[in-house]
Design a protein around this ligand. Structure first.
Ligand code: G6P
Length: 372
């Protein structure tokens, strides 16, 4: 009903708008005044977490993209090797998991059969399983050793938005918590990241306030046949998520690539006028990556691509090569997916509605897939 949508045309729009609150609610109560993290249903002892020698994330769809971001954060903050695997592949390839493996199962619904079967397999091998889930008491958290609930609230639209942002937050919290318990050399950095996390709700809000140009661009490009997404580092999973959203909602050919792979094949796809969305890492910090992606943008533009560039405020180096520039607030590289994903959600949603499709109920898809 219209009332349930709070005046929005679609649940997806409502859920996109709820993201600042979803992020804030997922952080709530988990960061103490001293910056120490406490995760309510962690249930794994510090001792057990210190014994972990490998993390394996299993998930499907959008949740898998959150897992890809988790890998960058967890390895950087904890120095514990982290793999990410599509849940549907995991148990069929004889993966190396055992008592010292922490398996993180990410699932909004907590009922996805592929993810559930992966976690059952992991437990049979003796692994400890931590669920990141948005649904209280769902099967996946019930069958896990520990749970970190995301507090996105009920998500109705089939395409995940606010649940994804909170999955990112949960992954950061797990990574930082592991770092805290294990006392890694990133101890000092952890304190400052914890402060940066608290700034994210207002940054997401800022992004939401500047989305009108993204909506009109989506309407303008509604006739495109193909859209490419490029990113590097944590911008790569963001590119994959942007492409998935467009496939799910606008039924359009869309692909996400690691920008460094462009020259190894995908650049052959570039045609005159083809929209290419590029997620640009911060020029501060990992500036080498920034410079490389700027030259990628120049390369695709020289081949006729229409470049839509998502870049941090104050990043002037990209401006000359951007046909359309979408600004996101400054934040540390690892946290950038929280702000950079939002324009891609808005873009896909608007594109789908411009093409006349049902944004909340895309064809052939289900909110929760309970078959393998
Ligand atoms: C379905 C949905 C996707 C979702 C995936 C994983 O395929 O259509 O939007 O990302 O399941 O769902 P989960 O509930 O496990 O996060």
């Amino acid at each position: 009903s219209a009332a349930a949508k709070d005046g929005y045309d679609y649940f997806m729009l409502k859920e996109i708008a709820e993201q600042p609150k979803a992020v804030a609610d997922t952080l709530l109560g988990r960061i103490g005044a001293d910056g120490e993290l406490s995760l309510d249903q962690m249930r794994l002892s510090d001792e057990e977490l210190r014994e972990i020698d490998k993390v394996v994330v299993v998930a499907c769809g959008t949740a898998y993209h959150a897992g890809l971001v988790a890998k960058y954060a967890i390895e950087h903050w904890t120095r514990v090797p982290c793999e990410v695997e599509l849940a549907s592949e995991f148990r069929y390839r004889d993966p190396v998991v055992g008592r010292q493996t922490l398996v993180i199962a990410i699932s909004q619904s907590g009922e996805t059969m592929d993810t559930l079967m992966a976690l059952r397999y992991a437990r049979e091998q003796g692994a400890r399983v931590l669920a990141v889930c948005n649904t209280n008491g769902a099967t996946i958290p019930r069958e896990s050793d520990a749970v970190l609930y995301t507090h996105a609230g009920p998500e109705v639209a089939v395409a995940s938005t606010k649940a994804f942002l909170t999955q990112l937050i949960a992954c950061y919290l797990v990574g930082l918590y592991l770092g805290q318990v294990r006392g890694t050399k990133w101890g000092d950095e952890i304190g400052s990241v914890v402060r940066d996390l608290s700034d994210l709700p207002s940054k997401v809000d800022q992004v939401l306030e500047t989305m009108e140009p993204v909506r009109s661009l989506a309407r303008e490009l509604a006739g495109a046949t193909s859209v490419l997404f490029l990113g590097r580092h944590v911008g790569f999973p963001v590119a994959l998520e942007g492409a998935l959203k467009l496939k799910e909602l606008a039924y359009m050919h869309a692909e996400g690539f690691a920008a460094g792979e462009l020259k190894h094949g995908p650049i052959a796809l570039i045609e005159s006028g083809m929209p290419v969305i590029v997620v640009v890492p911060s020029p501060r910090g990992r500036s080498v990556l920034h410079d490389k992606i700027v030259s990628n943008i120049q390369e695709i533009r020289a081949r006729g691509a229409r470049t839509i560039v998502i870049a941090e405020e104050g990043d002037e180096a990209v401006a000359p090569y951007a046909d359309h520039l979408v600004r996101v607030p400054e934040c540390p590289t690892l946290l950038q997916p929280v702000v950079a994903t939002v324009p891609l959600q808005v873009f896909a949603c608007e594109m789908a509605s411009a093409r006349g499709f049902d944004v909340d109920q895309p064809r052939n898809l289900a909110k929760s897939v309970t078959v393998e």
